[in-house]
Structures are given as structure tokens and as C-alpha cells.
Write a new protein. Structure first.
Length: 156
């Protein structure tokens, strides 16, 4: 499976939020959104990844963008993850039906968890930029978030 490429429309999907509400493609409209797909809350690479992204969060917000983590973990696990590691980046759960949103974005690993990927969706709900790590053990640097945001700016 390969991550959706630039120019594709955002697919139909439904992720769970910690408050029990749903996050769908309608929530993407009108804003620049970074979706960070990651395999497992509490795994070492995922923990490092969100710690790095926390360091540049104000720069992301300064560019009028929002960022979310997406995994197939339950919202309860994600909440524990953000509390334990002081992560302020909101998390979206693709737990039920497990991995269906990840599959829609082309990032579902054959093992049933998300590939490590970043998808930047522009205000027009089209994929502006995407990246998939060569394997789940590769940590995408924060520079890739800004490559994605630059792609949105170039399309504006």
C-alpha cells in the first residue's frame, strides 16, 4: 500500500477523538492539517517522534496549520500516552473499525497498524504533500512537516 499522493482528494474516513466525538474529512475543510500516522503509542520511535514535533509546534501553529497524531490504538491508550509524555498534539484513533481510515489514506501496514507517514491536507481538502517512511522504524524529522507546509503555500 502506498500513501495518497499530492493532488488526491482527502478520502472518506472516521477517526475517534478522546472526547468520544468523531473526526472526519469534513473537519479538514478550510484549514491546513498535518496528519502524522504512527504505529503504536508508547513505542520508542513514536515517543521520540512526538517529542520532536512538540518542539516545533508553535512554528506549525504560526503557519496557521493544525497537527494530529493518528494510530490504531484506542483513545484510552492515546490519552495515557499524551499524559505520560506531556504531548499536547491531539490524537485520533483509527481503532474501530481498526485501520479503515489508515487504509483509506494508503498507510495501513499488512500487520494491521499504520505505516509511519505524514499527510498534509490543504484548506481545499486535497492532499498537498505526503511522505511514507521506508519502514516503521524510521523517524521522520520535523523538517518534513515544514516541507509539507511549504507545498501548501506553493499551491495557494
Amino acid at each position: 500500500m502506498t500513501v495518497l499522493s499530492a493532488g488526491s482528494s482527502a478520502p472518506s474516513f472516521s477517526f475517534g477523538k478522546a472526547d468520544g466525538e468523531t473526526f472526519t474529512e469534513a473537519d479538514l475543510a478550510g484549514k491546513t492539517t498535518i496528519l502524522v500516522f504512527y504505529p503504536f503509542a508508547f513505542s520508542p520511535v513514536c515517543t521520540d517522534q512526538f517529542n520532536i514535533y512538540e518542539e516545533v509546534l508553535s512554528d506549525i501553529h504560526a503557519r496557521d496549520a493544525v497537527i494530529y497524531g493518528v494510530s490504531c490504538d484506542s483513545s484510552y491508550s492515546q490519552t495515557a500516552f499524551i499524559e505520560k509524555f506531556n504531548v499536547s498534539i491531539p490524537q485520533l484513533s483509527d481503532f474501530e473499525p481498526k485501520g479503515s481510515g489508515c487504509e483509506a489514506f494508503g498507510v495501513k501496514h499488512p500487520g494491521g497498524f499504520p505505516e509511519r507517514a505524514i499527510v498534509v491536507v490543504g484548506p481545499d481538502s486535497k492532499i498537498a504533500w505526503s511522505y511514507q517512511a521506508p519502514n516503521p522504524g524510521v523517524l521522520p524529522g520535523a523538517n518534513l512537516l515544514f516541507d509539507g507546509l511549504d507545498a501548501v503555500a506553493e499551491q495557494a
